[in-house]
Design a protein around this ligand. Structure first.
Ligand code: ADP
Ligand code: MG
Length: 332
C-alpha cells in the first residue's frame, strides 16, 4: 500500500504548493476560522498548517493517514453537490509517503488534550501518543521528497517554489474572507489577514493580496440573472501590464481555471476594450451546486457546467454590460 501511495502521490503532490493546497483545504473543510501557515526553504524543508477547526479524534488519527480514508463522503449522491473541497481521502496518505508528516489534533476545548501521530515515508508509526494542542489541528510536513531523490531534484529554487506557495495562498485567502490567515516564510510574516464579513472585507483582502493599485483601476460588479450571481472586480484598461497575471475566478468559492470561463471573459474584454487587452479580474460565480461538477480532476481546478452555454452567456453579457458602461471615460 505504501507503494500505491507513492504512485498516487504523483497525482496530488507535484511540488510544495500542492501540499499546501491540500492541507489548507482540509483546514477549511474542518470549519476553521483561523489558519496559520509556516514555511521554510520554499516549503522543501517545512510546510506547517495550523488550524482551529473541529479537529480529528484520537481513534481517527491513524485513519486520516491511510488511503481512501475520507470522512467527507457518505453516499454517491453526495458527489453531486460536494460542498467540501476534499473528497478523495488520499491527500494525507500520499503526502506522508513522500515526506515526514506529523499530525497533532484536539477535538476538545481542553488545551491539555490532543493526540499526535507520525508517518515518515514508507515507515508508518501507527501509534498515537498524547500531545497538547488547542482545539484544532496542526499538520507538519518536513523534508518533502526526502525518499524520492528524483522528484526532489525537480524542485526549483527556493524563490520559485515560494512564488508558487504564495500564489496558492492568494487563491485560498481570496476564497474565504471570513477566515483569518497568517503566512510566514523563513520566520518572516509575509501576510497577515484579519477575518471579516463586513462590506469592505473583500476590498481589504484584494488590496492586501494583489496590491492597492488593483482596486484603483478596477470596476466592481455584482449581477444576478438566470439563478446565477457574478460579483467581484475587473481591471480597466488603465491597468498596468505588470499585473497581467492577476486572474482569479471562483465557482462556489473554489478557484477554477476553465476554458469556457476564460473564453467568455476574453470575449467581453475584446468586444468592449479592443486591442487584445489582457484581462485582470477577481470574480466570484455563485450557482446551484447541482448544476456544476467541480470534481473533474482532483488538482487541476477544472469544472464542468451542466449548461455551459447558459454560464458562458451569463458571464459574457454581465461583463460586457458592466465594462460597456465605463467605456466612454476609460477607453481610448
Ligand atoms: P480528504 O480531504 O479527501 O477526505 P485527506 O487525506 O486530505 O482526505 O484527509 C483525510 C481525512 O483526515 C479527512 O477526511 C478528515 O477527516 C481528516 N483531516 C485531515 N486534515 C484535517 C484537519 N485539518 N482538520 C480536521 N480533520 C482533518
Ligand atoms: Mg483533503
Amino acid at each position: 500500500p505504501r507503494l500505491a501511495n507513492q504512485i498516487a502521490a504523483g497525482e496530488v503532490v507535484e511540488r510544495p504548493a500542492s501540499v499546501l493546497k491540500e492541507l489548507v483545504e482540509n483546514a477549511i473543510d474542518a470549519g476553521s476560522r483561523r489558519i496559520e501557515i509556516e514555511l521554510e526553504a520554499g516549503g522543501a524543508r517545512l510546510i506547517k498548517v495550523r488550524d482551529d477547526g473541529g479537529g480529528i479524534a484520537e481513534d481517527d488519527l491513524p485513519l486520516a493517514l491511510s488511503r481512501h480514508a475520507t470522512s467527507k463522503i457518505l453516499s454517491l449522491e453526495e458527489l453531486e453537490g460536494v460542498a467540501s473541497l476534499g473528497f478523495r481521502g488520499e491527500a494525507l496518505a500520499s503526502i506522508s509517503s513522500v515526506a515526514r508528516l506529523e499530525l497533532v489534533s484536539n477535538v476538545t476545548d481542553d488545551p491539555r488534550g490532543g493526540w499526535r501521530v507520525v508517518a515518515e515515508g514508507r515507515q508508518m508509526e501507527p501509534r498515537v501518543s498524547p500531545a497538547p494542542h488547542p482545539r484544532g489541528t496542526s499538520v507538519t510536513v518536513r523534508d518533502l521528497f526526502f525518499n524520492t531523490p528524483a522528484r526532489r531534484k525537480f524542485l526549483r529554487t527556493e524563490k520559485t517554489e515560494f512564488g508558487h506557495l504564495e500564489e496558492t495562498f492568494r487563491r485560498l485567502a481570496l476564497s474565504r474572507y471570513d477566515i483569518g490567515w497568517v503566512l510566514r516564510h523563513n520566520q518572516k510574516t509575509v501576510h497577515q489577514l484579519r477575518p471579516a464579513a463586513d462590506g469592505e472585507a473583500g476590498e481589504r483582502r484584494v488590496s492586501a493580496l494583489l496590491g492597492g493599485k488593483f482596486l484603483d483601476n478596477a470596476l466592481h460588479l455584482d449581477i444576478e440573472a438566470s439563478g446565477m450571481r457574478l460579483w467581484g472586480w475587473v481591471g480597466l484598461p488603465t491597468h498596468s501590464r505588470a499585473q497581467a497575471d492577476q486572474q482569479y475566478f471562483f465557482v462556489n468559492g473554489r478557484v477554477v481555471r476553465d476554458r469556457l470561463v476564460a473564453h467568455a471573459i476574453r470575449q467581453a474584454y475584446r468586444d468592449v476594450l479592443f486591442h487584445g487587452r489582457h484581462p485582470v479580474f477577481v470574480l466570484y460565480l455563485e450557482l446551484d451546486p447541482a448544476v456544476v461538477d467541480v470534481n473533474v480532476h482532483p488538482t487541476k481546478h477544472e469544472v464542468r457546467f451542466r449548461d455551459g452555454r447558459l454560464v458562458h452567456d451569463f458571464l459574457f453579457s454581465s461583463l460586457h454590460r458592466a465594462l460597456g458602461e465605463v467605456r466612454p471615460e476609460t477607453a481610448g
